[in-house]
Design a protein. Structure first.
Length: 217
């Protein structure tokens, strides 16, 4: 049984697959702006996190030919385990004071694993947090402490100093997390990952904390 799921950039890219023995998997059928090799590198890292670090994230299921991902014309298909849970809402976050602490811990775990992950795939970073991009944003009435931290991250990123680099999630925020019934947090949607300074993931998280409430999220 194959059911369409909400989410993703296209309405037809995420599906729930239920097998005859009631196993549940997520099928991703995505358009992708980078190379097949880069996507393979990301999915390999995801499985490394899951298998070697016991990191709370989906596991990528290999095909019969032991492939992580299959190319289909201009789209890519891969299958991962299904995480049963809910995306955290504002009401849930208000009741759970340790959610952000847990997210920070998961971000630190990612960084430690990325340090040890060697990849030959190098691509240009998808830079959003540039001065030109920032001038187009309209952010008002935000928490000054969060804003000052975000601006410091933005400054450090654009300073182009010799900061530690590695594979970052590049979209690390509440909408890409799942809270399970036992209170654990799983990180999902790795496909935007890229090579960059580690502080960029923190900046992304802070930016979403600043703007999501304005967007009604």
């Amino acid at each position: 049984q194959l059911n369409l799921l909400e989410g993703g950039f296209r309405p037809d890219e995420t599906y729930l697959l239920i097998t005859t023995d009631q196993g549940k998997y997520v099928v991703k059928y995505i358009e992708y702006s980078h190379s097949l090799e880069h996507l393979q590198s990301i999915l390999k890292f995801e499985n490394l996190l899951h298998d070697s670090y016991e990191y709370p994230c989906p596991q990528i299921i290999l095909s019969n030919k032991q492939q992580l991902v299959i190319r289909d014309d201009n789209r890519f298909l891969f299958i991962q385990t299904f995480v049963q849970g809910i995306e955290p809402t504002r009401e849930i976050l208000d009741k759970d004071d340790i959610y952000l602490h847990k997210m920070g811990h998961l971000l630190a775990q990612w960084r430690m694993a990325s340090r040890e992950y060697s990849s030959s795939i190098q691509i240009e970073e998808d830079r959003e947090l540039t001065d030109q991009w920032w001038k187009k944003q309209t952010i008002h009435n935000v928490d000054p402490f969060l804003l000052s931290n975000f601006l410091e991250c933005k400054y450090l990123i654009n300073l182009k100093a010799n900061f530690e680099r590695g594979l970052i999630h590049n979209d690390f925020h509440t909408n890409n997390s799942i809270v399970t019934n036992d209170g654990n947090i799983f990180i999902i949607d790795f496909v935007d990952a890229c090579e960059s300074v580690f502080v960029a993931d923190l900046a992304t998280s802070l930016f979403h904390l600043l703007v999501d409430q304005q967007n009604g999220e």
